[in-house]
Design a binder for this molecule. Structure first.
Ligand SMILES: [Zn+2]
Length: 469
């Protein structure tokens, strides 16, 4: 690019998937569409109420810290972050200031500064000239991860965010859907270690990349024009595809953090982090390595499986079954029929793996039939569609529907003779040297046999018969 060295750091918030909210027993449900349903005096911020910490939320953040190789702090506490806004009736947010649950760790070479736990605010809706407050989101446990400013370009940021999302999903701690606001990314962007601009309102991975790229260009233009970048918060305007000023430095807050007197400090030893460490699942990076080692897959195929834990589980069970039936082969067919044909059928019918009638064993069995050339690829697609509808075993479908390759030479010979007798014009054309006519005759024969012949065998029999006559 240029003489300008970009420096980018991230703050990522993720709503934790717990049964109840962070400090009360109201239900934590980000899909609740009726406003102000999951509320109580605590998360409405009524005076005189007392918060009770959610054990599962604390464990979830500790597990994230362990997965990222971070240090779990012993003595930790909750602090009040004071500011007034209509989505925060207490006028303070319970967060963690100088004793976060996790410090340190790395992901994709980027250093993690800290991971802490706080509560989400209510949701403001601006409709028809009025502003409405929905408290369903108020008090939902929110994890905040802060990185060191180690990123140098927008692509690295997007890759990091995707990998973090995958880790949160593998750990089962957050659905981390950006479009639903379950995962929110803010980026601090500066050039040559100069003034930092904070980017907000980024609702997709694509927007993360676009917003940062736009902002780097904008700052470069400002500096190249002899100006100075001003310290401010800018939002990403998706429609205009640019960042726009939201808040300047003069309006910046002093939050006056202090320890929350309602929540005594505690030691994370009571959560037994070492036991939590042993409960961690296989994480995406380890799974990638293992898949490349154990299965003959390339990097792109591996990624498609690793990015979708349900798909990966189905694949592994099917491969295991395939290997118990065949000493070698069939793996390419299995991968292709799973990731292309079966996924196509599932998408069309909006069926998830949980509701799928085809078992991994059934799909493996189909791959065996394909590998042993007992069915053609055209037939395999029909069989798969029937399996998808009924869940039946492919061999049963082959029998009941009378499909499968015929090895009966007499039967095929008879069909070839009938086609040759019935297609005089094409036969004459072929004899005059029009070789394309042979393909036409093979097609006729295949249609009469309903696809139950090997194309090479049909071609051979036609050529022989046309030579003889
Ligand atoms: Zn509540």
């Amino acid at each position: 690019m240029s003489d300008y060295q970009p420096t980018i750091g991230l703050e990522i918030h993720a709503q934790l998937r717990t049964r109840t909210k962070m400090f009360c027993d109201s239900v934590n449900d980000s899909d609740e569409r009726h406003p102000n349903t999951n509320v109580c005096p605590v998360c409405l911020g009524h005076p005189g109420t007392l918060p009770v910490p959610n054990r599962a939320a604390i464990e979830n953040v500790i597990r994230v810290g362990l997965a990222l190789g971070g240090r779990i702090n012993g003595a930790v506490k909750f602090d009040r972050k004071n500011y007034f806004y209509p989505d925060l009736p207490k006028a303070y947010q319970i967060s963690q200031y100088d004793r976060p649950l996790v410090e340190g760790g790395t992901l994709q070479g980027v250093r993690i500064r800290r991971v802490h736990l706080e509560e989400d605010t209510a949701d403001l809706r601006h409709e028809g000239g009025v502003s409405l407050v929905d408290f369903n989101r108020s008090g939902v446990p929110l994890m905040e991860l802060v990185t060191e400013p180690d990123f140098r370009d927008a692509d690295a940021v997007a890759a990091f965010a995707r990998e973090l999302q995958l880790i949160l999903r593998y750990l089962g701690v957050s659905a981390a859907d950006m479009e639903k606001g379950q995962m929110r990314i803010e980026a601090n962007v500066s050039l040559n270690m100069g003034t930092k601009v904070e980017l907000k309102n980024i609702n997709s991975f694509r927007a993360v990349r676009d917003a940062i790229e736009y902002e780097l260009r904008r700052q470069e233009d400002v500096i190249a024009g002899g100006g100075a970048v001003s310290q401010e918060t800018r939002g990403w305007d998706e429609a205009k595809r640019k960042t726009v000023t939201q808040r300047s430095k003069e309006e910046a807050h002093d939050y006056r953090y202090f320890p929350d007197p309602d929540l005594p400090p505690f030691d994370t030893a009571i959560f037994d982090p070492e036991t939590l460490r042993y409960s961690l699942p296989e994480l995406p990076a380890a799974r990638r390595e293992r898949f490349v080692r154990e299965y003959s897959l390339d990097a792109q195929q591996t990624e498609a499986l690793v990015a979708d834990p349900d798909l990966a589980k189905f694949y592994e069970e099917a491969i295991s079954e395939l290997r118990s039936r065949l000493s070698a082969g069939g793996e390419a067919a299995l991968y292709n029929y799973l990731t292309s044909d079966l996924r196509g059928l599932m998408n069309q019918a909006a069926v998830s793996f949980a509701d799928l009638k085809i078992s991994p064993e059934g799909l493996a069995h189909l791959a065996v039939l394909i590998e042993l050339k007992k069915v053609t690829s055209r037939q395999a697609k029909d069989i798969l569609a029937a399996m998808f509808r009924t869940g039946a075993d492919p061999e049963e479908i082959v029998k009941s529907e009378g499909i499968g390759i015929s090895e009966n030479t007499d039967e095929i010979q008879a069909v070839v003779a009938a086609v040759v007798a019935g297609e005089k014009a094409a036969v004459d054309d072929y004899r005059k040297g029009k070789t394309a006519s042979l393909q036409f005759l093979i097609g006729k024969g295949m249609a009469k046999l309903k696809g139950r012949a090997r194309p090479e065998m049909l071609k051979d029999l036609f050529e022989r018969m046309l030579r003889e006559e």
